[in-house]
Design a protein around this ligand. Structure first.
Ligand SMILES: Cc1cc2nc3c(=O)[nH]c(=O)nc-3n(C[C@H](O)[C@H](O)[C@H](O)COP(=O)(O)OP(=O)(O)OC[C@H]3O[C@@H](n4cnc5c(N)ncnc54)[C@H](O)[C@@H]3O)c2cc1C
Length: 482
């Protein structure tokens, strides 16, 4: 039975507080809301109880307490990718579980649940090694990896999830297990791509590091009027590009804030962004092709230490009310690119609906790793599109939702129907989980879920419904089979 209570019995709360070294907070406690303040401030949630874990043992106690009480369990690290709000649930906050150990001989690292990529990157770089992080060093290592993880080395080396050697997991019944190729192999399989939430709280992972010390990376900024031409040219440029090149096409409007450097601040651009992890001279030659075509307004492509890779996208660091949506495409006919560009150019009340529109080039090692992966369907697409915007109030948020729906409807004839799960947030995280997997993988995920969490108490991240058991609460959306 799953409890729908929003208050914890006093004895249970007292027992939890006695067992846990970290902080246990309920609504009304000092610091309750601050303890789970997310990066995405659009998320409003009211957990029944929050456990800010100080140790793995705290996570075990919290999950066991939830199991005893039949409480739903949600997990949060940075709050960059929250799904269904943790209302009425026990929320495990992992952000204080920070421990990184790099083994330069075996080219591996251990990373704890609260670490962000910015904690790992400099330690790995001391040895000329690179973790498979994404565009932002402030994203949580675990949340990112459990959803796949596409970064600037993706076409050469695959997703972040491909680097995982083992996960330490507190399963829904409160057992602490190590999942690897040899131990709990089915759980290990599921966590590498559809792992954000449904199968337990992951408290740490052992990952392989790539031998990458430097990349040739950056941005070519062209005027926004050239968006259509840049888009078509980028599509043709990446066709058949070597796997050392992972790039994206970005249409962006920079806010007029001091954090944004002067040539970019308050202006819009069509951008050719990415990184080349082969010989820098070859990378420069590839970019010269663009420079000969038209001189960009700003050109930041340069040979750089991999440790500076976060500067390529220079993603925002301060919390903001963000809204995202995504689609995947196998090809980019002119009509699809027109929808993409139109979707970015549309304004209402003088404001753009979409602040950042990005198409990332996948293929390469991402596609080669598709067979047998839990998110196999999402890994075969050649491109993944993401729209991101900031909406200050509810009215604007609703207008953005309508705009996203319109644009996705127009893109539907060109989209694969699969979803890259890391680019979902809010309700889409649950409703689109199933579309990441082919039929066999989805059946396998549900079989595992039925064994590990038959009551579906872990239903706040990706949603994998168990067989034969009513979902926890009628408000949990049934996943759409893509
Ligand atoms: C600015 C920005 C840049 C991004 N860049 C990229 C990118 O380049 N590539 C890419 O692939 N993605 C990218 N993402 C998406 C990001 O990888 C996902 O949103 C990811 O889920 C964030 O993880 P988190 O732990 O930081 O966030 P949180 O919101 O804390 O967690 C996100 C989800 O992961 C689950 N989760 C987190 N920790 C655990 C755990 N220990 N055990 C079990 N479940 C857990 C939670 O259930 C939650 O649903 C970006 C997001 C933002 C906002």
């Amino acid at each position: 039975m799953v409890s729908t209570t929003t208050t914890l019995p006093a004895e249970a709360l007292a027992l939890l507080r006695a067992r846990v070294d970290g902080t246990v907070l309920v609504e009304g406690s000092h610091g309750y809301a601050a303890s789970f303040a997310p990066f995405n401030t659009a998320v409003v949630q009211r957990p029944a109880v929050v456990v800010v874990a100080e140790s793995v043992a705290d996570v075990v106690h919290a999950v066991r307490c939830a199991a005893d009480l039949g409480l739903r369990v949600a997990v949060q690290s940075t709050g960059h990718g929250i799904g269904r709000p943790a209302d009425g649930a026990l929320l495990v906050v992992t952000s204080r579980l920070r421990r990184v150990r790099v083994d330069p001989v075996n080219r591996t690292a251990f990373v704890a649940a609260g670490n962000q990529w910015g904690d790992v990157l400099p330690l790995a770089q001391e040895h000329g090694l690179a973790p498979a992080l994404g565009s932002s060093p402030h994203v949580g290592c675990l949340g990112y990896t459990l959803g796949g993880g596409v970064g600037w080395l993706a076409r050469r080396y695959g997703f972040g999830s491909d680097t995982v050697l083992a996960f330490d997991v507190v399963t829904p019944d409160g057992a602490l297990v190590r999942a690897s190729e040899h131990d709990h192999p089915e759980l290990f399989w599921a966590l590498r791509g559809v792992g954000g939430g449904p199968f337990g709280v992951v408290v740490g992972m052992e990952i392989a590091l790539h031998p990458v010390a430097r990349v040739y990376g950056g941005n070519l900024y062209y005027p926004p009027e050239l968006a259509g031409e840049v888009a078509r040219r980028w599509r043709d440029w990446v066709a058949g590009a070597p796997d050392e090149l992972t790039s994206s096409l970005v249409l962006i409007e920079y806010p007029p804030i001091p954090d944004i450097p002067e040539p970019l601040r308050g202006r819009s651009f069509a951008v050719v962004r990415g990184a080349w992890c082969g010989d820098p001279a070859q990378g420069a030659a590839l970019l010269d092709d663009w420079r000969r075509w038209r001189e960009p307004l700003v050109d930041t492509w340069a040979d750089m230490p991999f440790g500076e890779v976060g500067s390529i996208s220079h993603d925002p660091v301060d919390p903001m009310p963000a809204y995202v949506t995504t689609e995947q495409l196998d090809s980019l006919p002119d009509e699809a690119l027109d929808v993409f560009v139109d979707g970015w150019q549309e304004h209402a009340d003088g404001e753009r609906f979409v602040v950042v529109a990005e198409i990332r080039h996948l293929g390469g090692a991402v596609r080669r790793g598709a067979a047998g992966a839990p998110n196999d369907r999402a890994r075969t697409a050649e491109f993944v599109l993401e729209y991101v915007t900031v909406a200050a109030d509810e009215a604007r948020a609703q207008a953005v939702e309508r705009h996203y729906t319109r644009t996705r409807d127009r893109l539907a004839p060109f989209a694969t129907g699969a979803t890259y799960l890391n680019f979902t947030e809010g309700a889409e995280k649950a409703s689109r989980t199933a579309s990441a997997s082919g039929a066999a993988a989805w059946q396998r995920l549900r079989t595992l879920k039925s064994a590990l969490d038959p009551a579906n108490r872990f239903c706040h991240g990706f949603l994998v419904p168990p067989f034969d058991v009513p979902l926890a609460g009628a408000d949990v959306p049934r996943p759409r089979q893509g």
